[in-house]
Ligand binder design. Structure first.
Ligand SMILES: CC(C)(COP(=O)(O)OP(=O)(O)OC[C@H]1O[C@@H](n2cnc3c(N)ncnc32)[C@H](O)[C@@H]1OP(=O)(O)O)[C@@H](O)C(=O)NCCC(=O)NCCS
Length: 215
């Protein structure tokens, strides 16, 4: 069987699970069903599938299945002592979880492997990042869509940053530097205060995937 994309990215202390399609029979807890009452069928299905992934990942940490209810800001409430993150994009859903004593914060993001729309890079990047991306386009053009990967890494960092800070960031509050050989990145939140993250990324099977870690 093919190894899951998410598993290629995770250190041993992080559990992950993914799905490429929505199963018709995945069920929600009543509290979860209430959280998506009235949304479109597509949204309900991605919400359901990613929670199924999250419960599979939690079981790898030894946790029994629990409802994963979004709070008022959309942040999923994980069991005590657990940090985690979820993502969905067309044709892909994934969840990652870890014990809080192994990692302080976790974020995951998946994006389709295609360039950002015209003009978007300028709004999500810093001048230094654009210089580094131009160099990567020249030296490693086939490895990834570097502009979309930058966006993906920043979304992963935001998902790791937000749950314990409850503070919004703009894309220009974060600086990302990729290592194209190790498939890692370093990210620094520059404002409102400095916080460093490390990350891993891959570009495979039409998907860009980034996971950000603090600690
Ligand atoms: C929250 C956000 C990052 C989600 O990213 P996305 O690419 O739109 O969507 P994804 O499918 O990858 O992720 C959605 C999941 O993220 C999680 N999520 C939602 N809001 C979140 C938050 N504030 N913090 C952490 N996780 C969050 C949820 O689990 C959600 O899935 P669910 O609703 O099914 O539970 C994005 O919508 C957003 O608000 N971005 C604005 C902030 C930003 O990007 N700032 C600059 C980055 S540095």
């Amino acid at each position: 069987m093919q190894r899951a994309l998410i598993e290629r990215l995770l250190p041993s202390y992080v559990a992950g699970a993914e799905a490429r399609s929505d199963a018709a029979d995945d069920a929600l807890y009543p509290e979860e069903r209430a959280a998506v009452a009235g949304v479109s069928e597509g949204r309900r299905r991605e919400f359901t599938t990613v929670r199924h992934c999250a419960r599979r990942a939690l079981s790898a940490l030894g946790h029994a299945p629990v409802p994963l209810i979004p709070d008022a800001r959309g942040v999923p409430r994980w069991p005590d002592g657990v940090v985690g993150s979820m993502t969905h994009c067309r044709g892909y859903r994934a969840a990652v979880v870890a014990r809080q004593y192994d990692v302080r914060a976790l974020g995951v993001d998946a994006e389709p492997w295609r360039p950002l729309n015209e003009g978007v890079l300028g709004t999500v990047s810093l001048p230094g990042e654009r210089e580094r991306l131009a160099a990567l386009e020249a030296s490693h053009s086939r490895l990834a869509c570097w502009d979309r990967l930058l966006f993906c890494a920043k979304e992963a960092v935001y998902k790791a940053w937000f749950p314990d800070t409850r503070t919004e960031l703009t894309f220009r509050d974060v600086s990302v530097e990729f290592d194209p050989t190790e498939h890692t990145f370093r990210a620094t939140v520059l404002a409102p205060y400095r916080r460093d993250f490390t990350g891993r990324w891959l570009a495979r099977e039409g998907i860009l995937l980034a996971v950000a870690f603090d600690g």
